[in-house]
Design a binder for this molecule. Structure first.
Ligand SMILES: CC(=O)/C=C/C=C(C)/C=C/C1=C(C)CCCC1(C)C
Ligand SMILES: CC(/C=C/C=O)=C\C=C\C=O
Ligand SMILES: [Fe+2]
Length: 554
C-alpha cells in the first residue's frame, strides 16, 4: 500500500540550496547550486543523483561489489520524499523519528578508518495518517564544511587527524589541541529533543552540540552554552527530560568528573558536584551514564581517556583511550540535590558504551538501600572498538567475529559496603550474545522498568544484526531477524495514553545488503512487524534516535 503516492515529490538539494529550491546533489568540493529543470519523481531513484563522492577510497574496501550498503557513504547531501509503506502504520503514530549517525566516510579518494569518524547524516521519517515521508541531510558542522571546501580532514575526528603540512603547522596543531580549536564539531552520535522543543545533534566534543530544525533538517547553528563551566568533552548521551538535561564533563588534568545540570529553556549548565577518580592516570571514558530519581551514577571504567593518545598523529589500538586494568573499576553515586557523593564502590572490570537505565531499591521503610544500573556490557573486552573499524565491518567473511556482549547489571549498595556487584541480567544466549544500541520507555528513565530494546546477534556475524526486546523480569528475549540486514537502534515510541510499559512501537532504520533501506516499525509488545516504510535508495548505518511528537511545541 503506497503511502503518499505521487502527491509528495522526492526532493534532492545541496546544502547551499535555498529552502524550496530543487537542486541536484553536489560533490563535496563544489560550491555552486545546480537546479534541476523538473521535480524529481515521486519516489525518486536517488542514486541517479550525482554522488557526494565518487572515487574509490584510498583504503581498499570502500565501494566494491558485495559490500554491505550499511558501511558505504551516503551518496548525496540531502533528499526528501514520500516512502512506500508496506503493512499498516498505526494511526496514532503522529510525529517525526530522527536518527543521527556518521554516514559519510569518504573525502574524494580518501576513506576514513573508523565507523565513528564519519560526517553526520541526519535521517528523518515523519509519520501521519498511516503515511510516511522520509528525508536525510548532512549536518553542516564546521568540520564538514571545511572538509568539503578543502577536500581533506581539517579537524581531529574520533581517529582521523588533519595531516600537518609542515612541522610548524604541527606545532600549531598541538597548541590548538590544548585550546580545543582543532577538535571536531562533527555531531555524528546522538540527537535529542530538549524539554523546550529545540533539537540538538551531539557528539563527545562540547563544541559539537548543534541545533537543527527537525522538519527541514537545516543546521540552525551551534548550541551556545552560556555558562563558564568550560571543558572540551562531555558524555555523548546527556539524560534529557521535559525539565532537565544532565551530563558529565570529564576532567583530564585532575582526574574526575563534573556533574552538571541545565534547565529546559536555558543554555546555562550549572555545576552540581564533582567525583574524583579512584584510580588510573585519567578518567574512564563516559560515553553515557544513568540517573535514578534522586541520584546520578558516574561510571569509572578501566578504559580511560589518554592525553598522550589525543596528541598523536596516528591512532593507537584503542584510539584516544588506554586500558588500565590495574587501576580498578568503580561506580560512584551522587545525590542530585546536594551534589554529594553518597557511594563509591569497586566493581568487577567492565567495558560499556551504553547504560540502559538505573533505579533505586528501597527497604520496607522506603529508605534507598542500593542502586541497580544496567548497561550493554562487552565482557570487559575492548576488542569491540577494533571491530568497528570500517575495514572489519566491510570484510564480512561469514565468520563469527562479533565479541560477546550482555546486559550487565550493577548493584551498588548505599550502606558503605566497598564493593558492588556486576552480573548478567539474563542469559546472553537469549539475544545471541550481542547487545548494544538500546532504548527504553522514556516514562521509566530512572525508575524500575522491565523492558529494553536493543540490537542483538544472530550468529555467525561481525556486527549486531537483530533487534531484541529483553524482558528483565522473565529473563527472556524476543528477537527480530532478517537475513542480510543491519538494523540500527530500535527506538521505543509510546502510544499516547498508554499505561503498559511496552504499549507502543519500536522503530529501527534497516540497511539491507541489496541496497534497500527501510524504517521498520515493530509492535513493541509482540515484537512483530507492523509496517515498513521504504527509502528509494541505500542508507548507511546510523546510531541514535529521538522522537518529536507532532505539535509538541504548539
Ligand atoms: C560515534 C560515537 O559513538 C563516538 C564518537 C566519539 C567521538 C567523535 C569522540 C571524539 C573525541 C575527540 C574528537 C577528541 C577528544 C577525545 C574524543 C572524545 C575521543
Ligand atoms: C555502534 C556501537 C556504538 C555506538 C556508539 O554510539 C556499538 C556497537 C557494538 C556492538 O556490539
Ligand atoms: Fe552512543
Amino acid at each position: 500500500r503506497p503511502a503518499g503516492g505521487a502527491a509528495v515529490p522526492g526532493r534532492l538539494a545541496t546544502s547551499q540550496g535555498a529552502k524550496g529550491k530543487r537542486a541536484v546533489a553536489q560533490p563535496l568540493a563544489a560550491s555552486v547550486v545546480t537546479e534541476t529543470p523538473a521535480p524529481a519523481p515521486a519516489i525518486a531513484p536517488a542514486p541517479q543523483a550525482r554522488p557526494v563522492v565518487d572515487a574509490p577510497p584510498r583504503r581498499r574496501g570502500g565501494r566494491g561489489a558485495g559490500e554491505h550498503a550499511a558501511w558505504k557513504s551516503v551518496r548525496q547531501e540531502r533528499w526528501e520524499g514520500a516512502l512506500e509503506v508496506e503493512g499498516e502504520l498505526p494511526l496514532w503514530l503522529d510525529g517525526t523519528y530522527l536518527r543521527n549517525g556518521p554516514g559519510l566516510w569518504n573525502l574524494g579518494d580518501y576513506g576514513f578508518r573508523h565507523l565513528f569518524d564519519g560526517y553526520a547524516t541526519l535521517v528523518r521519517v515523519s509519520f501521519r495518517n498511516g503515511r510516511a515521508v522520509g528525508a536525510h541531510r548532512q549536518i553542516e558542522s564546521e568540520a564538514y564544511k571545511a572538509a568539503r571546501a578543502h577536500g581533506k580532514v581539517c579537524y581531529r575526528e574520533f581517529s582521523e587527524v588533519p595531516k600537518p603540512d609542515s612541522f610548524l603547522s604541527y606545532v600549531g596543531q598541538l597548541a590548538s589541541l590544548f585550546s580545543g580549536s582543532s577538535l571536531t564539531d562533527n555531531s555524528n552520535t546522538g540527537v535529542v529533543r530538549l524539554g523546550d522543543g529545540r533539537v540538538l545533534c551531539l557528539t563527545e566534543t562540547i563544541k559539537g552540540s548543534i541545533v537543527v530544525d527537525p522538519d527541514t533538517l537545516d543546521t540552525l547553528g551551534k548550541f551556545d552554552y552560556t555558562d563558564s563551566l568550560g571543558g572540551l568533552i562531555h558524555s555523548a548521551h546527556p539524560i534529557v527530560t521535559d525539565t532537565e538535561f544532565w551530563t558529565l564533563i570529564p576532567d583530564l588534568i585532575r582526574p574526575g568528573y563534573s556533574v552538571v545540570r541545565m534547565d529546559a529553556g536555558t543554555n546555562e549548565r550549572r555545576f552540581v558536584g564533582r567525583v574524583d577518580c579512584r584510580g588510573g592516570p585519567a578518567p574512564g571514558w563516559v560515553h553515557s551514564f544513568p540517573i535514578t530519581e534522586h541520584y546520578v551514577v558516574v561510571p569509572e571504567m578501566p578504559l580511560r581517556y589518554c592525553a598522550r593518545n589525543l596528541l598523536r598523529a596516528e591512532p593507537t589500538p584503542l584510539y584516544k583511550f588506554e586500558w588500565h586494568l590495574e587501576s580498578g573499576s568503580y561506580m560512584h553515586v551522587m545525590c542530585k540535590a546536594s551534589g554529594k557523593v553518597v557511594a563509591s564502590v569497586e566493581v568487577p572490570p567492565y567495558v560499556t558504551f551504553h547504560f540502559i537505565n538505573a533505579y533505586e531499591e528501597t527497604d520496607e521503610e522506603g529508605r534507598v538501600t542500593a542502586i541497580v544500573a544496567d548497561c550493554c556490557e562487552h565482557n570487559a573486552n575492548t576488542d569491540i572498538l577494533d571491530k568497528l573499524r570500517l575495514q572489519n565491518l566491510r570484510s564480512s567473511t561469514g565468520q563469527d567475529v562479533l565479541p560477546d556482549a550482555r546486559v550487565g547489571r550493577f548493584r551498588i549498595p548505599l550502606d558503605g559496603t566497598p564493593f558492588g556487584e556486576l552480573e548478567p541480567a539474563l542469559d546472553p544466549e537469549e539475544h545471541g550474545r550481542g547487545m548494544d544500541m538500546c532504548s527504553i520507555n522514556p516514562a521509566h528513565v530512572g525508575k524500575e522498568y522491565r523492558y529494553a530494546y536493543a540490537c542483538g546477534a544472530h550468529r555467525p556475524c561481525n556486527f549486531p544484526n537483530t533487534l531484541t526486546k529483553v524482558d528483565l523480569v522473565e529473563k527472556t528475549a524476543k528477537n527480530w531477524y532478517e537475513e542480510g540486514t543491519v538494523p540500527s537502534e530500535p527506538y521505543f515510541v509510546p502510544r499516547p495514553g498508554a499505561v503498559e510499559e511496552d504499549d507502543g512501537v519500536a522503530i529501527s532504520m534497516v540497511s539491507a545488503r541489496d541496497g534497500s533501506a527501510y524504517a521498520l516499525v515493530l509492535d513493541a509488545k509482540t515484537f512483530q512487524e507492523v509496517a515498513r516504510a521504504k527509502f528509494p535508495y541505500a542508507m548507511p548505518y546510523g546510531l541514535h534516535c529521538c522522537w518529536v511528537p507532532r505539535n509538541s511545541n504548539a
